[in-house]
Design a protein around this ligand. Sequence first.
Ligand SMILES: NC(=O)c1ccc[n+]([C@@H]2O[C@H](COP(=O)([O-])OP(=O)(O)OC[C@H]3O[C@@H](n4cnc5c(N)ncnc54)[C@H](OP(=O)(O)O)[C@@H]3O)[C@@H](O)[C@H]2O)c1
Length: 296
Amino acid sequence: MTAAALRLGFMGFGESAELFATDLSRAGITAISAYSPSGAKARPGDAVYARAQNAGVTLVKTPAELARRADLIFALTQGKTALSAARKIVKSLKPHHLYVDGSTNSAAAMEKIAALIGDRAQFVDAAIMAPVAVARLKTPLVASGPQATAFRDALAPFGMDIKVVSDIPGAASAMKLIRSVFMKGLAALLFESMEAAHRRGMLDVCAEDISATFDAIPFRKILKRYICSTPAHAARRVHEMKESLDMLQSINSRDRMTRATAAFIKEFAGSGLDKQFPQEADSVRDVLDAWITVKK
Ligand SMILES: NC(=O)c1ccc[n+]([C@@H]2O[C@H](COP(=O)([O-])OP(=O)(O)OC[C@H]3O[C@@H](n4cnc5c(N)ncnc54)[C@H](OP(=O)(O)O)[C@@H]3O)[C@@H](O)[C@H]2O)c1
């Protein structure tokens, strides 16, 4: 779609909508509108009015007006208000509309919004994978839903980084939350291990040791090795984790993550999967299939 043909609307005009709108209008899109409760009441001189002017955005008074002015509506509200925002606009949507919800939400919440939109318009679940202020228009987004490719094809030519991951609404949001399980968990684990290292006066040497291990191996191999080696070695690791936990407690260091690891290893050791995988397994998928099967 050409810049002149694309009529873009933002449902919500907060930090992310302002940054995307600014860069998209610099990329040549001229028809950009936005609705937000504060924007609807804004007058010249108000902060939101100036933000919209600088971003090349026309503020509108109602969600219905947004639907009249835009074909692609990108909803960027807080996660908890996404459903009520969709409720405000749904009656004004027509089959040509692409309603893209980029709020941070659960897969279930996105499924609810998709059901609310129903046949009235096309729905896309989009997840913003990093802070927008850092990479702005280049911020990675993942998208899912039957029309996710239409969203990508409309905005990628203007510089947006949109990866279609599934044709099922909810999948993109689930992917973001799965990423958070890992990223936030890793941060918590780094804190716990480095707190103990620092308490023992060994911060530099321990940080260097762990860093060297991770620097030496491509992460794809680490992921495979850690999952595939666990069935064969869980029993031996039970003792090691008990020792690790005792050590943390002896120096009064926080131990929440290590308690969880010890419980995980104990569960794994009792699962009998070492008999199915006596040596390092070949496939991550096989190990996970077996692990899911033994869940009580
Ligand atoms: N900003 C980021 O870097 C970033 C990164 C990843 C994910 N996200 C996700 O993207 C979404 C938007 O983030 P943000 O930082 O732009 O949020 P924000 O700055 O808090 O802006 C939220 C916007 O939603 C508007 N709003 C509230 N209720 C509404 C309704 N019923 N109908 C229409 N608009 C409504 C607000 O209007 P008022 O100002 O009038 O209240 C405001 O303009 C969030 O779900 C966030 O988790 C953001």
